[in-house]
Write a protein that binds this ligand. Sequence first.
Ligand SMILES: [Zn+2]
Length: 371
Amino acid sequence: MEASIRNKKIVRTSLVGILGNIALIAMKAFIGFITGSSSIISDAINNLSDAMSSTVTIIGTKLSAKKPNKKHPYGYGRIEYLTATVVAALIVFAGCSAIYESITSLFRGEKPTYDWVAFLVIGLGIAIKLSLGIFFRIQGKRLDSAALKNSGTDALFDVALSASTLVTALVSHFAQVYLEGYAGILIGLFILRSGVLAMKESLSPILGERIDDKWAREIKADICAHPMVRGAYDLIIHSYGESEKIGSIHIEVADDITAKEIFALEREIQTYMFEKHGIIMTVGIYASNDTEPLAKEIKTKLLCYVHEIPDILQCHGYYLDQERQYVTFDLIVNIASKRSGEDIASEIIGKLEKDYPSLRFHANLDQDISA
Ligand SMILES: [Zn+2]
């Protein structure tokens, strides 16, 4: 199925959800005020937060599809994170209102009264939500959309919350035991929980996330498969939304290849990265000469010292510059390490300087950004 048709179908399914929820909100708000049941009001607020999420999600999808321009050459993909954050904040607010409403109704000692119309509307509400949930699940599977499938699961969960309002209504009508306030608080807590989770999920990509370990290893392995590449390190990817990703990587190559060869290699990697992973890639170069006897000897010692310190996750970019009598290498120190990277680096350099007093050493500290 073409991407644009798929997107249209996803949007259309979401619209059905929004309309369904609006109907539910109207029905429940009406019955909630007539009966004075805070659990039904909370349930209406829950549907309201669903309708808001779907609406803002559609708006976010549309806005983020806007083409890049001179002022925003990275495009508008990150708008989706912002709209998701706004929705999350609204859901948190909705949850707090539902809890507040229910607690005050408990203090007021309200005794809701129901008639057969109220029971009918509550039952109808459950049936509508159940149908929506099943519809979303089916469409989610058909269109292979995680968002729709999640909405479906969410809706089925909401059926349970709505069922609790029916149970409390029946209990209060037939046994004169008024549990609405408690059910309302419970529903409010569920709304609050989903708001906080949504907030975490939307803020995380704005802050910048670690690249998925499996994906990072796959990219590095693919690049290392090239016969001229001896190693791939320091993979960084910045995401400007799902469709705009920019990154960089360091590759190690023999120190005697020409600029012409490096250029061809870089182009090949860039094309591959864009076509397979959709990433605009910058390639940095590490020269390697560890086949020479002295270079090999120093590297063996270096790796030996590195292995003595468990906090060092990786050592790469090693190079001996014979003319300048200079050795450089990169170290990645565990972020959780109690010792500072500088401290660890100077310990290793100290040992190497003792072994090779005529050489100068420099350790470059890399961040533990990707696997
Ligand atoms: Zn490095």
